[in-house]
Design a binder for this molecule. Sequence first.
Ligand SMILES: Nc1ncnc2c1ncn2[C@@H]1O[C@H](COP(=O)(O)OP(=O)(O)O)[C@@H](O)[C@H]1O
Ligand SMILES: [Mg+2]
Length: 347
Amino acid sequence: MSYDDQNQPYSNDPYAYQDPSQYDTSQQPQDYTNYPSQDSYQGQGQGYDNSQYQAPQAPEQRPSLQQLQRIQSGIPGFDQIVGGGLIRDRVYLLAGPAGAGKTIFSSQFIYNGLTKFNENGVYVVLEETPQQLRENLFNSFNWNIGTYEDSGNMIILDAISSRLGLASQERFVVPRPFTLEALLYEIQTAIQTCQARRVVIDSLDAMSLELTQVDLRSLIQRLTMILKSFGCTTLLVSGQADNSNQGRKAVEEYVVDGMVRLHHTLEESVSGETTLEQNALEGNSLEEDSFAMKMRSRKIEIPKMRGTSHSHYLHPFVIGEQGIEVKSEPEVTKRLRRAIFKAKQVD
Ligand SMILES: Nc1ncnc2c1ncn2[C@@H]1O[C@H](COP(=O)(O)OP(=O)(O)O)[C@@H](O)[C@H]1O
Ligand SMILES: [Mg+2]
């Protein structure tokens, strides 16, 4: 596909792309011939001549409706809150403030694809160098993604060096000078080279600094079309933290099929209460072991996900030695339990 295709009309229907190989040819097109025949409208006292009326023609080829295929992120607890997994070949926005865990979530999505689901991946870095990503993941979680790069199953595309005007030792790199055309071309090449089914672009913010709203929207639309046409399930990472910048948020959300939002805040630790609760259950003294401590509380929500049911709650998650783990029990239930526990204490 050439990038000159950009001016060609295309369907805005986010579900328009379907892998032709997925069509079930065993099912015949729906039978439209049972419409009331022309004759049956006659003699109903309407008093108009409908002799010219043509019954609507059945479309020759209409693909039968397919059950949407899902892919497992493999991130514990996450697939449950999105109805069993992300829908294949779609593009999702992963949003959240700095330090929320977007890069870890994205890397885990790619790493699980490689290690558990036999799906190759492309990770486009625009905010940190490929080497920083490799080192961080290896040191934090013992994920050695270099092994999968060596075996040709994964590509980290260096899109940061040329943006900053720096030289790069990487094998897959957007050449200088950095242009969006070059970026899109290299993303496409990387996907084709390793036959990727999972893609991460980390992040859109780096690009959006240099782009107008219109250019950004056009870029995201083109990117989305390319990714879908290659049959990739994609996470577009965005540092959009809140609703303070409505315009830019609208650009991204307009195009994507779904959105995952990560939050992190400093909160009073609830572990004191949990300990108390445990003690109460075990019949121990309630005065001891209570302490207040600030800790980082992480939560995940799904503000939007087309084509599937999904959780509407805020779910806590933790970053541990194995990466992210989502608690599929909603935060609200935990709060309710604490309230009941407190009410019991008052009794
Ligand atoms: N091994 C680990 N255990 C616990 N937390 C970690 C670990 N590694 C990183 N983190 C946390 O993850 C945060 C960074 O997450 P990251 O995905 O890079 O954020 P983002 O991409 O949203 O800016 C760090 O600030 C740190 O708090
Ligand atoms: Mg990051």
